[in-house]
Ligand binder design. Structure first.
Ligand SMILES: NC(=O)c1ccc[n+]([C@@H]2O[C@H](COP(=O)([O-])OP(=O)(O)OC[C@H]3O[C@@H](n4cnc5c(N)ncnc54)[C@H](O)[C@@H]3O)[C@@H](O)[C@H]2O)c1
Length: 390
């Protein structure tokens, strides 16, 4: 199958592209390289692709293109290549970055919402029947308002009272409750998918992914040059990968507030596998948007820190929380769809120790300690708390 991987130069997109190429698909990576420094962009990109070919990987092609801005080239690419599936990773994905300034808020909205909309409009204009697999986030459901209820896979069945006292039952998109401008763009994506699926019949799978931890898959482990990114900084690093790096360099683990925030997690290997399962099980013609909760376990941030500390001897520091969020929340998630399709999760208890060792070995000497603290505050109240330290 010919598959476009939009954002295939990224942390999740690259191992996914490599896996799809290895499984025999004809992969075209489309990326504007916005996560790389301009002066080294092209050199680094071609090095990664060359390294993949040097270890015997099946050839992938690369098209530099900004899907949020370059509508006509995107349409032309669809018309000439005629992909059967498109995996869409190509968004600004950091909540702290999206909350830094009005410029980063606007960039995140412009980039993510335009990119997704351009893709959908171009598919309609091209007349192709393409299966779109999108990487969304568990954060669309929000953290804190579920009061012990299990979060279903995308849709909620509600009863609507009528004037005559009767009720009818309906399935609606689960209400959204974004916790940052970044998460808000993912909730807007969800509505765009709903609309284009209803109006134009585009077949879409929206993966509500948890926080990805770990660095490598069996394929990217083949050569150090095949791991193209490990984010540990305050803007782009995700919580568990940050703790792993902090432990590796002897920096106290940075727990925000009480650490009572509960989040959903998935290992990068399972993320890659889930995308493949989604591609292998596309919605049929006329089917509504498929939504999967792409996560394997939930943990409180404080418990994660304790696990990492127990393995490494790291100290845990509680810092003022830069985020405007519930101090504590529960998170009970239905993730049966992927388990029923055969996903066998890599659990934290199985994989954490190997990851601790791997991060220390590969990345610790490249760490810039000044980038570790989170400086991006959600509101002026949080900014003041960070600057006064309490
Ligand atoms: N990393 C996680 O923990 C996580 C969790 C849940 C969901 N996701 C989602 O998965 C996707 C990928 O995340 P990631 O961690 O790999 O991020 P990343 O920043 O490493 O990768 C995103 C890639 O998309 C490209 N990109 C961004 N905007 C683009 C545009 N307009 N045109 C073309 N390319 C563009 C970037 O250059 C980058 O290579 C994102 O949509 C993110 O929201 C990630």
């Amino acid at each position: 199958m010919k598959v476009f991987v939009l954002g295939g130069d990224g942390f999740c997109g690259w191992p996914c592209a490599v896996n799809l190429a290895d499984s025999g698909h004809d992969v075209v990576i489309v990326d504007n390289l916005s996560r790389r420094k301009i002066d080294v962009d092209l050199g680094v990109e071609s090095l990664t692709l060359r390294a993949w070919e040097q270890v015997g990987g099946r050839t992938m092609r690369f098209v530099p293109l900004d899907i949020a801005r370059d509508y006509e080239p995107l349409l032309e690419l669809l018309r000439t290549e005629r992909p059967e599936a498109i995996v869409h990773f190509a968004e600004q994905r950091a909540a702290p970055y999206s909350m830094k300034t009005s410029a980063t808020k606007r960039y995140t909205v412009d980039n993510n919402v335009n990119g997704t909309h351009n893709l959908l409009a171009a598919i309609v204009e091209s007349g192709l029947d393409v299966h779109v697999v999108h990487l969304g986030t568990m954060g669309v459901y929000g953290y804190g308002s579920h009061r012990g209820a299990t979060i279903p896979e995308g849709y909620l069945t509600v009863e609507v009272p009528q004037a005559d006292g009767s009720r009818f039952s309906e399935q609606i998109l689960h209400p959204t409750n974004p916790g940052s401008v970044y998460h808000m763009t993912k909730t807007l994506d969800q509505l765009l998918f709903f609309y284009y699926n209803k109006n134009d019949g585009i077949r879409i799978t929206d993966l509500h992914q948890g926080i990805v931890w770990g660095t490598n898959t069996a394929l990217t482990e083949k050569d150090p040059r095949l791991t193209n990114r490990f984010d540990y900084d305050g803007d782009y690093g995700t919580v568990l990968n940050r703790f792993l790096m902090q432990a590796a360099i002897g920096y106290p683990l940075t727990v925000h507030g009480t650490g009572g925030q509960t989040r959903a997690f998935i290992h990068i290997r399972d993320s890659v596998r889930c995308v493949q399962l989604a591609l292998d099980n596309p919605p049929s013609a006329g089917e509504k948007v498929k939504i999967f909760n792409q996560m394997t376990e939930s943990h409180r941030v404080a418990d994660l820190a304790e696990k990492v500390a127990a393995l490494t001897g790291a100290r845990v520091d509680h810092l003022p929380n830069p985020r405007n969020e519930a101090i504590e929340n529960d998170l009970i998630v239905d993730n049966r769809c992927f388990l029923e399709l055969g996903l066998q999760p890599t659990t934290l208890d199985d994989g954490l120790l190997a990851e601790v060792v791997d991060v220390a070995r590969r990345w610790a000497d490249r760490c810039d300690r000044s980038k570790i603290p989170c400086r991006s505050a959600w509101t002026t109240r949080q900014a003041e708390a960070i600057s006064t330290g309490g």
